[in-house]
Design a protein around this ligand. Structure first.
Ligand SMILES: Nc1ncnc2c1ncn2[C@@H]1O[C@H](COP(=O)(O)OP(=O)(O)O)[C@@H](O)[C@H]1O
Ligand code: SF4
Ligand SMILES: [Mg+2]
Length: 413
C-alpha cells in the first residue's frame, strides 16, 4: 500500500449543551469520540454510518474547520494542531472539501466562474490573476461542463451539474486530499453514478485521496478502497472494501449490510435480514462499554462494562480491525446455487416447503408486505447467541427486498 498521507489520531469532538438563561453547560454531545485511521496517498477511504453518528463532524475536524476537543490530525507527517499560521495556509490548500447539497452550498448570486475561482482569491499564488479565467474554464472542462458557461449562475444548472461545479471548486487548488461529505446523496440515482464516475476519473488523473462520507453502503462500496463503519461517534469496523463487505465481523456492520437490497433476484429471500429495533441512543449519553450493546443481539455482560478496542480480529480469511469482543464473520448473503432450478423455483423462499403454508403465505403476502420487509416473508426470532437477554428486540427477517436507505434496518417487522 502507498504511503500514509493523512492520519487521524484519537480524534474527539464534544459539543457543550447549554441550558437555562445563564447558558450553563449541562452536558456534552459526544459527536466524535476517539476516532483513529490513516489515509494513503491516492486511495479512497469510505466512511459510512447512520445519520448523526458523527461523519460530518469528523470531516470538519479533518479540514480543521473545527478544533478537536482532543486528538490530532497529521498531514504528511505534520501535526495540524501544532502548525504555524504559514504552514496552515498550505495545509488548507492541500485538503479541500465537497459538500452534500449542491443547492445550498453554492452562492446563488455568484457566477460559476466566480465560485470556482474564489479559492484563488484566498491563495493568489496558485494561479496568477491573468490566468484565472483560463484555469476556471479548464476546470469546467475537466468536470464535464461547458467552459462557455462560465458566466452562468447556479440556478441555470441541474443538481448533478451543480455538484460538478462544487467538485471543480474543490479541486481548483490542486489539493492532495478531498473530503467529500455525502457528495451524491442529494442527487437522483442515475446522476449519482455519473458524479461518482467523474470522481473516479479525477482521482486517476490527479492522484487525489478521498475521504468519501456517505450513509449509502452501495455507493461507498463502489468507490472505496477501504471502508470505516461509524456508530455513535466511534469507528466500529475498518478494513478493505472486501473485508468489510464480505467478511464483516462487527454485528453493527452485519446489520447494516443485511439491509442493503440484493440486485440479483435469485438471491432475494435467501438472506436473513437483521432488523435492529430501537433508535440510536443519544450521543449526549452514549451507552457504557460497547456503545452498540443496547441494540446488539450478541451482547453479554462484558459488553456493558468493557469498551472493545478497534484492533485486528480474525475474519475467517485473515484479520481486520473490528471493535467487538465477539467479532466473527457471518455470511451476509447466503449464496445458494440455484442455477439448476426452474426459474419459478428460484424465487421461492426456501424455508416455506409446506404447500398449505405456501398458499396461505401467498394470500397474505400483499398485506404483510406493507408491514414487513417487502414480500411478506416472515420475521423470525433471532437465534440467541452468547446468551443474550430475553426481551431482546432484534429480529431476523428472511427477506431483503425494498430495504434501501438508512432507515431500512430500523423498521420493525
Ligand atoms: N455544531 C454542533 N453543535 C452541537 N451539536 C452538534 C454540532 N454538530 C453536530 N452536532 C451533533 O453531533 C452529532 C453528530 O453529528 P454529525 O457529525 O452531523 O453526524 P452525521 O454527519 O453522521 O449525520 C449529532 O448528534 C449532532 O446533532
Ligand atoms: S457483541 Fe458486545 S462488543 Fe460486540 S458489538 Fe455486540 S455489544 Fe458490542
Ligand atoms: Mg452529515
Amino acid at each position: 500500500m502507498t504511503e500514509v498521507i493523512l492520519e487521524a489520531r484519537d480524534l474527539v469532538k464534544h459539543y457543550p449543551i447549554k441550558t437555562g438563561i445563564l447558558r450553563r453547560t449541562t452536558g456534552h454531545v459526544k459527536a466524535v469520540d476517539g476516532v483513529s485511521f490513516e489515509l494513503h496517498r491516492g486511495e479512497t477511504l469510505g466512511i459510512v454510518g447512520e445519520s448523526g453518528c458523527g461523519k460530518s463532524t469528523l470531516g470538519r475536524l479533518i479540514m480543521r474547520l473545527e478544533e478537536p476537543t482532543s486528538g490530532s490530525v497529521v498531514f504528511e507527517g505534520q501535526e495540524m494542531q501544532k502548525a504555524s499560521t504559514g504552514d496552515m495556509r498550505t495545509l488548507r490548500r492541500d485538503i479541500q472539501i465537497v459538500f452534500q447539497d449542491p443547492y445550498t452550498s453554492l452562492n446563488p448570486r455568484m457566477t460559476v466562474g466566480d465560485i470556482i475561482g474564489e479559492p484563488f482569491e484566498i491563495h493568489p499564488d496558485v494561479v496568477p490573476k491573468g490566468g484565472r479565467r483560463a484555469r476556471v474554464q479548464e476546470l469546467l472542462d475537466l468536470v464535464g461542463l461547458n467552459p462557455e458557461h462560465i458566466n452562468r449562475y447556479p440556478h441555470q444548472f441541474s443538481g448533478g451539474q451543480r455538484q460538478r461545479i462544487g467538485i471543480a471548486r474543490g479541486i481548483a487548488l490542486n489539493p492532495k486530499v478531498l473530503v467529500c461529505d455525502e457528495p451524491v446523496s442529494a442527487l437522483d440515482v442515475s446522476v449519482q453514478a455519473q458524479v461518482v464516475n467523474l470522481m473516479e476519473k479525477l482521482q486517476n488523473e490527479l492522484g487525489l485521496a478521498y475521504i468519501f462520507i456517505a450513509h449509502d453502503l452501495s455507493v461507498v462500496r463502489h468507490i472505496s478502497d477501504r471502508v470505516g463503519v461509524m456508530y455513535l461517534g466511534k469507528m466500529a469496523e475498518l478494513g478493505t472494501e472486501d473485508e468489510v463487505y464480505q467478511l464483516p465481523t462487527h454485528p453493527y456492520t452485519q446489520a447494516l449490510l443485511s439491509a442493503v437490497p440484493v440486485p440479483d433476484p435469485t438471491l432475494r429471500g435467501k438472506r436473513q435480514q437483521i432488523v435492529l429495533v430501537g433508535d440510536v441512543p443519544s450521543p449526549a449519553n452514549p451507552p457504557s462499554g460497547c456503545r452498540f450493546h443496547t441494540r446488539c443481539w450478541k451482547a453479554q455482560e462484558v459488553c456493558k462494562v468493557e469498551e472493545p478496542q478497534l484492533v485486528d480480529r480474525p475474519d475467517g480469511e485473515g484479520q481486520h480491525r473490528s471493535a467487538c469482543h465477539f467479532a466473527e464473520p457471518r455470511p451476509i448473503v447466503d449464496t445458494v446455487d440455484v442455477s439448476h432450478l426452474e426459474p419459478d423455483e428460484r424465487f421461492a423462499t426456501p424455508e416455506v416447503v409446506d404447500p398449505e403454508a405456501r398458499a396461505e403465505r401467498e394470500m397474505s403476502a400483499s398485506e404483510e408486505s406493507r408491514i414487513a420487509a417487502g414480500d411478506g416473508s416472515e420475521a423470525v426470532e433471532l437465534p440467541r447467541e452468547h446468551g443474550s437477554t430475553p426481551g431482546d428486540e432484534t429480529r431476523l427477517v428472511g427477506n431483503d427486498e425494498g430495504q434501501g436507505g438508512e432507515e431500512g434496518h430500523r423498521r420493525q417487522p
